[in-house]
Design a binder for this molecule. Structure first.
Ligand SMILES: CC(C)(COP(=O)(O)OP(=O)(O)OC[C@H]1O[C@@H](n2cnc3c(N)ncnc32)[C@H](O)[C@@H]1OP(=O)(O)O)[C@@H](O)C(=O)NCCC(=O)NCCS
Length: 172
């Protein structure tokens, strides 16, 4: 499937993050270490950005994985990780939406999601799924306000901890 151009977002420029922006992405991840610590218990390691660009579920082709950067006049301010047709055709999985701490609570996350919805629908996406860790109630509030509904719970096994998570879905 061909990938349409990324949408416009007011006050920001979206572009796929490639290897040449890996250092900028690493800086963003380190500025957002609060989130990484909340989820994993540790700050991001030195290879976090590289891993975000190249890690994909087994058998999921990298051409169906998008790491999208959101640049504002403050530089790289947010990042989104999306998997197309995962875990099944017509379902997309949002692995990450991360807004730099000083830019949170100003509607950027909502504008990014609103812009990406038609872009996903254009690629025959019918639903968007994600998980939220139970220790991140503010994110759960954000997603439910965006129309996501709870479709279940699960455990997330990480290297040295297990998170309880809520599974959410938005019909597109
Ligand atoms: C969750 C997140 C992506 C939302 O993006 P955003 O640009 O801050 O969201 P918006 O400004 O469009 O909406 C703000 C809402 O997000 C929620 N939110 C969640 N985490 C927040 C945070 N750390 N700071 C501010 N708002 C946060 C608030 O409830 C806020 O609602 P309010 O306006 O009623 O206070 C962003 O806050 C973020 O990156 N948080 C840390 C990483 C994270 O938790 N990502 C989601 C993983 S599932």
């Amino acid at each position: 499937m061909t990938t349409p151009d990324l949408p416009a977002v007011e006050g920001a420029q979206l572009a796929l993050i490639s290897g040449s922006a890996v250092e900028e992405l690493q800086v963003l991840l380190e500025r957002c270490e609060d989130f990484e610590i909340l989820v994993t218990g540790h700050p991001p390691d030195l290879y976090a950005a590289q891993a975000l660009l190249t890690d994909a579920p087994p058998d999921h082709p990298l051409r169906d994985k998008f790491v999208i950067g959101v640049w504002t006049d403050q530089g790289l301010t947010a990042a989104v990780e999306l998997l197309r047709d995962f875990p099944e055709r017509h379902v997309w999985y949002l692995g990450l939406l991360l807004v730099a701490p000083e830019a949170r609570g100003q509607g950027l996350g909502e504008r990014i999601l609103a812009a990406l919805k038609p872009w996903i629908i254009n690629q025959e996406g019918r639903a968007l799924r994600l998980i939220v860790q139970d220790q991140n109630p503010a994110a759960l509030g954000f997603w439910t306000r965006q129309g996501f509904v709870v479709i279940g719970t699960a455990t997330q096994d990480l290297m040295d901890r297990t998170n309880q998570v809520t599974r959410l879905e938005l019909r597109l």
